[in-house]
Design a protein around this ligand. Structure first.
Ligand SMILES: [Zn+2]
Length: 451
């Protein structure tokens, strides 16, 4: 996102100042301002460099590294890229190219702590309902109204997804995964329980949205504003089901010792949702937004490729089953993950991504030729597949799973080297949708159609 923002700012400013004393020149030497961990890849992009080389200076301590700038000019305009991955010493640095300087940046083992903690605070501020920390609390304490009957049901809580205050279940549910895995995998020293508290605040809303039969209801949150809003008893998207389900499985582990009753509630709900989602699915084939709000017309068909048996279905099942396998060892979940991951691997196109990068994409479903490239659902599937590889080193399907992950990784590397910013395509297409770029046998866009 940092690179995307920087790329956007550069493209918006077609011609940049050349006076070395002009503060705008800071925009010509572009660096990831979040910083780098010592072992990370480290790159700088210079626009119209005065000389084809750069140096890295440590604040108050002189030059520590120098190297060439290599022009990259295939996608998204020209830029000159410098690689200083070899510099691993922790410190505060800036980059100089001719008379141009970059903003200061850090190399530090804790580089990602600041964005991590900032993001946690963001969730805290986006609390919806009668919280003590939401940016306009209390709000939407009357959520919500069932669209078909007009009856009021208690669906308060959760987080606003964005400035329009909506609580989309296919968007905010990713917060459960991020918060939960931060707690389980990192257990940061600075956390005194606020991650678990935040998880629980958001999760109260998702738990209320699950019907007794395991179906996750839908939401559009109309009308906009602070007044009463509508919710829908129809199935939410297939993606929402598996992400919320995985969130419950993660919650079961987070609270296993802290609050066993809540942990059990999370696990029971996850299993109930699996039974509904993997067993019924009929409504998923017909998913349509109950209402399409203004400026969201793209959502009308955004979930068309999500249906039982599709590659998105197998990817999301792989991820959710792995999270359930961790929450309930000895259950049927590892077998479910093996089935879904193997089905997903079979949907990847044949071919060498070095020769044809589109072959790392997946068929929409068996027998279909339309491409599904990397998106959040595929990402979850591949994370689940990597977890499966680690858990099953002797499984007969291991080679197929590894092959799948490796092809996607090679595609990402090839595509990231086509533009100075290291961006990878956000969407792949079988046929040019208009404005797409050719990538082997497919087409791609580096920025979404909305941009
Ligand atoms: Zn609210």
């Amino acid at each position: 996102m940092v690179l995307l923002a920087l790329g956007g700012s550069v493209m918006a400013e077609e011609r940049l100042a050349t006076d070395p004393n002009d503060p705008m020149n800071l925009h010509r030497v572009l660096i990831n301002h979040v910083g780098f961990t010592p072992s990370a890849g480290k790159h700088v992009v210079v626009i119209d460099p005065p000389e084809p080389k750069f140096s890295v200076y440590q604040q108050w301590n002189g030059e520590k590294f120098s190297g060439p700038l290599i022009k990259v000019d295939q996608d998204l305009g020209p830029g000159w890229v410098g690689d200083f991955t070899a510099l691993r010493d922790e410190g505060v640095y800036f980059i100089r190219c001719g008379g141009l300087n970059s903003h200061p940046f850090t190399i530090s083992k804790t580089a990602y702590e600041m964005p991590l903690r900032t993001t946690l605070i963001y969730f805290n501020w986006q609390r919806c309902g009668d919280s003590r920390s939401g940016w306009n609390t209390p709000c939407h304490t009357n959520d919500g109204i069932l669209a078909d009957t007009g009856a009021h049901v208690d669906l308060a809580g959760g987080w606003h997804q964005s400035g329009d205050l909506r609580k989309w279940t296919w968007g905010t549910s990713f917060g459960l995964l991020g918060l939960g895995m931060t707690d389980l995998k990192r257990s940061p020293r600075w956390d005194s329980g606020q991650i678990a508290e935040e998880f629980r605040w958001g999760n109260q809303y998702f738990q209320k949205m699950v019907r007794p039969d395991g179906c996750l209801m839908d939401t559009v949150n109309m009308p906009l504003g602070w007044g009463p809003r509508k919710f829908y008893r129809q199935d939410g998207t297939l993606m929402s089901h598996y992400v919320v389900m995985a969130g419950q499985a993660i919650g079961a582990r987070m609270f296993a010792k802290k609050d066993p009753a809540y942990s059990r509630k999370c696990l029971d709900l996850a299993k109930q949702m699996w039974t509904y989602s993997a067993g019924l699915g009929a409504d998923f084939k017909l998913y349509r937004l109950p209402e399409i709000p203004a400026c969201h017309e793209f959502l009308a068909t955004a979930f068309d490729a999500y249906y039982p048996g599709s590659c998105f279905d197998q990817a999301l099942k792989t991820y959710a089953a792995m999270r359930l396998a961790e929450a309930e060892p000895g259950g049927p979940w590892l077998d479910q993950a093996v089935q879904a991951a193997t089905a997903l691997a079979k949907l990847q196109f044949d071919g060498d991504p070095t020769l044809d990068p589109a072959t790392a994409c997946f068929r929409e479903a068996p027998g279909k030729n339309s491409l599904n490239g990397f998106n959040s659902s595929i990402a979850l599937g591949l994370i689940g597949m990597c977890d499966l590889i680690e858990r099953n080193p002797g499984h007969p399907a291991l080679a197929a799973w590894r092959h799948t992950v490796s092809k996607v990784a090679r595609q990402m590397r090839i595509m990231s080297e086509r533009n100075p910013w290291g961006l990878v395509p956000c969407i792949w297409y079988s046929k040019d949708p208009g404005g797409g770029r050719k990538g082997g046998s497919g087409f791609y866009r580096c920025l979404p159609a909305l941009a």
